[in-house]
Ligand binder design. Structure first.
Ligand SMILES: [Zn+2]
Length: 124
């Protein structure tokens, strides 16, 4: 779908990432190289954990994304579990930025569904 949008509008479409619980959009964004989303590390400390054990995973392994906020004052978050599954990459990007990059989320560690913009958590 991204290629179709780019071709029809003659633009470079970039992906952004955010969570309402954190600050909404603006937590991370792709650059024009589209090789992962640069996380704004001046505001957030990201970690990847094993969703079952909570153990921090080595770089490059996929797990649950966890954020701690550095600059939020009203409602700081410490090791907030997003339930989103992804991995982190600390290699310098082709654009020159050294901010850690996250892969586009591949799924969730829970069963949440988004239906018409509403988050639903099914119970069994
Ligand atoms: Zn980049």
């Amino acid at each position: 779908m991204r290629k179709e949008i780019e071709n029809k509008l003659k633009i470079k479409a970039i992906d952004i990432f955010g969570l309402s619980e954190v600050i909404g959009p603006g937590v991370a964004s792709e650059c024009l190289h589209q090789v992962g989303l640069h996380i704004n590390e001046d505001h957030f400390i990201p970690e990847i954990i094993d969703p079952k054990t909570g153990d921090v995973l080595p770089e490059g392994e996929e797990g649950e994304l966890v954020f701690s906020s550095v600059t939020k004052e009203g409602l700081p978050l410490i090791r907030y579990r997003t339930k989103d599954l992804t991995s982190l990459n600390h290699e310098k990007c082709q654009c020159g930025r050294t901010l850690v990059r996250m892969k586009k989320c591949t799924g969730r560690s829970d069963d949440m569904l988004i239906i018409r913009g509403v988050n639903l958590f099914p119970h069994k």
